[in-house]
Structure formats: C-alpha cells, structure tokens
Design a protein around this ligand. Structure first.
Ligand code: SAM
Length: 285
C-alpha cells in the first residue's frame, strides 16, 4: 500500500499515512483515549485486533482511524480492511511496532487497531418484544465485570444492556477487551434510575431483580410470558430499595459454602442462561 501525502506534507482524510514518531499528534490523540474525558469529548474508543475491526465494519460501526503495524502490511485481510476504512472516510495509519505498542500500552500488541465512534441506544427506542431479554446494571463499577457481562449477554442471545446510574465506561479499553468483540454486537443504553423506572413501567416487561435477600428461587420464575429485564445490583452495595421495590420478582440464586455473594458477572451469567434456557438449544443455527 502506498503512503500518500498532500502537497503540504500533511495527510488528507481517507489516505494512508506512515507514522514512526511517538510524538506524532495523531498518535498522542489516540493514546489520550485511555482517559474517559478524552473518549467522552471525541465520542471515540479503541478496539484491538483484526477480527474485531472486520466484525465492527461489517456491523456498520463508523471507523475514524485504522492503525496497522508495518509488519502486517502484506496480509490481504489488512489491505481489505484498510481499503474499507478509506472508502468510509477513515484515516489509515501505517505505524512502527513501537508506535502500536505505545497506543495499546502492550508489549505484544495486536497488529491492527481501530478507533470507532461510540454508539448508545436511546432507552426510549427499546421496545422489547416476545422472547427478548435485557440486562439492566445498577451502577456497575468494574470494567472487567461489564465487559464480561456484555460478552455473556451476547452469547446468551440477549438483546441489549441498560446501564443504570453512574457506571463504568463501556468504551474503556479494559471493558472493550473483556467483551472480546461483543461490544459491537450488543446495544448499550444508559439511564438514570428515575428514567429506568419510568421506562420499565411502560415497556411491557417483567423485571426480575436479583437480590441476596430475594425470596424467590431464580429457577422457579416464569421467564416466558413477557420480555424479561434482569436487574442486577452494584458490586459493593447491591440493589437499592427504590429499584428493588418496583421489580416484578426479587430473585435469589441459592448458594452453599462460605461466600457471601456471587461475583456480579457470574450471577448475571447464571440468570441469563436460566431466563433464556427455553430459547437456547445446541441444534439452533
Ligand atoms: N454486598 C452486596 C449486597 O449485599 O448485595 C453484594 C453484591 S453482589 C457482589 C452483586 C450483585 O450480584 C447483587 O446485587 C446481585 O444482583 C447479584 N448477586 C450476587 N449473588 C447473588 C445471589 N446469590 N442471588 C441473587 N443475586 C446475586
């Protein structure tokens, strides 16, 4: 692939630019995506790996910048992805391995990195239908938990995630890594607790809240009669009374042993696969 510069020596959008300097302003800008403030201001985030970038483009996510290491230049798939990024108005950077290491903050970096535009689904647009399951997370704090939940929700065939209150950023590098690509497949909405309660009253859903003092065994709940929203509590504080109060059921996963509670992502996984058990089959396409 040829490097291409304008007469003024600056790259034009939609063309390939070679970068080897760690102090290059575009590289600095991408590195700044490690900070939430910068992600919020630019509404961007970073995803690592060729497969992820291919999937994201296939799913119609808007790519702002594609970065690939010089060593990956000859790979046909990298060339195809670069051509696609250019065609969609993205900037394409061919960089040294040192630069890609700096961007990803890893010693053994992926050879391809994409910078994408963030996307949230407006809560008001979520109108759950028959057989659909959503996961609502109250003030989830841990990026690894959130990423794992997004990945698990995707695997269980859920339709989306609703982040309630102040939560960790679904577009942080740590969360995106933990999603293993499912960040591109799983719609994410966000809402205040009040907005969520208002929405749940009119959405025609059955909200199953999980609580350590829940009185209902999660295996005895009817998950078939309405679309289900599984409401999960914060890692430290659990679910607040104002959210628990309005739920259709307060479910508990029976535990043995000495552990006080299950990890949030594990509890969410157990709930998801139980709620969708009747819809999941090894014979499904
Ligand atoms: N100290 C917190 C409490 O008292 O609720 C523990 C919260 S737990 C780590 C995080 C969330 O996972 C809980 O709010 C609940 O949604 C879910 N959870 C964990 N273990 C559970 C169980 N055995 N039954 C139902 N939900 C559980």
């Amino acid at each position: 692939m040829n490097s291409d510069r304008s007469d003024h020596g600056t790259p034009r959008v939609g063309q390939v630019k070679e970068v080897t300097s760690l102090t290059n302003p575009i590289v600095k800008d991408i590195r700044a995506l490690a900070q939430k403030k910068h992600r919020d201001e630019t509404r961007s985030f970073m995803a690592e790996g060729l497969k992820l970038v291919i999937d994201a483009l296939d799913l119609g996510w808007k790519i702002k910048t594609l970065v690939y290491a010089k060593a990956a230049k000859g790979k046909p798939q990298v060339g195809q992805v670069a051509a696609k990024a250019v065609a969609r108005g993205g900037l394409v950077l061919e960089v040294s391995e040192k630069v890609i290491s700096t961007i990803t903050r890893r010693d053994n970096p992926q050879m391809v990195v994409g910078i994408f535009e963030q996307r949230y689904q407006p809560l008001k647009d979520i109108r759950p239908g028959e057989g659909e399951t959503y996961v609502a997370l109250d003030r989830v704090r841990d990026p690894g938990n959130l990423g794992t939940i997004i990945r698990t929700a995707d695997a269980a065939g859920a339709s989306g995630i609703i982040l309630v209150g102040e939560t960790t950023d679904p577009f942080s590098l740590e969360t995106v890594r933990a999603t293993m690509g499912s960040v591109f497949a799983m719609p994410v909405a966000r809402a205040s607790a009040e907005d969520f309660l208002r929405w749940q009253r009119s959405a025609g859903v059955q909200v199953v809240a999980t609580h350590l003092s829940g009185s209902v065994d999660y295996r005895t709940i009817d998950y078939r009669s309405k679309p289900v929203v599984l409401l999960m509590g914060n890692e430290q504080a659990g679910l607040p009374a104002e959210l628990a109060r309005e739920a259709g059921a307060l479910a508990r996963i029976p535990q043995a042993g000495r552990a006080d509670s299950l990890n949030l992502a594990i509890a969410t996984g157990i709930m998801l696969f139980e709620a969708r058990r009747h819809l999941l089959s090894l014979d499904a396409p």
